[in-house]
Design a protein around this ligand. Structure first.
Ligand code: PXL
Length: 269
């Protein structure tokens, strides 16, 4: 059974962060391992606290997984501080040198949550560039793409330019997610990979239950990479999965509820 690792924050409400990642890995038939970087206090209506863990504790968790359960793919989510990001970069370098461990890395550059405290501090944005330099794929939403590329991102043309700029930081591929674009009927995501663009469009689903969509999307891609699927195809299948997961969200909670992580979409699995 392929193994995937998520390095991310905890959402006690179960809709985002490591909880969403593990459910998604499981759905795709991949054994999920998880290293916690920070603990949020939240549910579907509020996020009231973010507590980051000690960077050395994060590194120790990663080493415990690498020592015994070497993953075929790794993703990162909310990382909190520059110290944690630096510890992760060092852990990867060490695993490559001493354990000859190699895996595709998916970086979901989570910086802000839709509500509540930030999931990364100011120093983290700069440190994130070092991690991006090692990524097989980076998956920013519009706001994150704008921040990383240093341009405004309001159109699909901007999304392409942002993808190119983020790739110039050293990432092998960049997926800019246009779910928050104000124009158009479709949710359009743009992938820059191997010197060409691929556009993925699906009808926008009008719902407030989208909590954890970014986490779930990048976890699905990571699971498919762990199974040896190529990036362009992994994104195509993962997008089908999140569309189904949003369309069949269970409507839990009184606010922005979670997706259906058990969505049944035969074409994606
Ligand atoms: O979706 C971004 C995100 C990532 N990680 C954790 C979160 C959230 C959003 O709420 O709580 C732990």
């Amino acid at each position: 059974m392929p193994v995937a690792l998520t390095i991310a924050g905890s959402d006690p409400g179960g809709g985002a962060g490591i909880q969403a990642d593990l459910k998604t890995f499981h759905r795709f038939g991949v054994y999920g391992t998880a290293v916690v970087t920070l603990i949020t206090v939240q549910n579907t209506v509020r996020m009231s606290r973010v507590e980051t863990l000690d960077a050395a504790l994060v590194a120790e968790q990663i080493d415990a997984v690498f020592e015994d359960l070497p993953p075929q793919a790794v993703k990162t989510g909310a990382l909190g501080t520059a110290a944690i990001i630096d510890a992760i970069v060092d852990s990867f370098a060490d695993a490559s040198a001493t354990r000859r461990l190699a895996f595709p890395l998916v970086v979901d550059p989570v910086m802000l949550s839709s509500h509540g405290p930030a999931l990364a501090d100011a120093s983290a944005a700069a440190a994130l560039q070092r991690l991006i330099g090692q990524a097989a794929l980076v998956t920013p939403n519009l706001a994150e793409a704008a921040r990383l590329a240093g341009i405004e991102v309001a159109t699909t043309q901007d999304m392409r330019e942002a993808a190119r700029r983020i790739a110039a930081l050293g990432a092998r591929a960049v997926l800019v997610k246009g779910g928050h674009l104000s124009q158009g009927q479709d949710a359009i995501d743009i992938l820059w990979c191997g010197g060409r663009f691929t556009e993925y469009a699906s009808p926008r689903i009008l719902t407030r239950h989208t909590h954890g969509t970014g986490c779930t999307y990048s976890a699905a891609i990571t699971a498919l990479l762990a199974r040896g699927v190529a990036i362009e195809e992994a994104v195509r299948r993962a997008k089908r999965f999140i569309d189904a997961a949003i369309a069949t969200s269970p409507g839990l909670g009184r606010g922005a509820g979670p997706l259906n992580h058990w969505a049944d979409d035969a074409g994606s699995l």
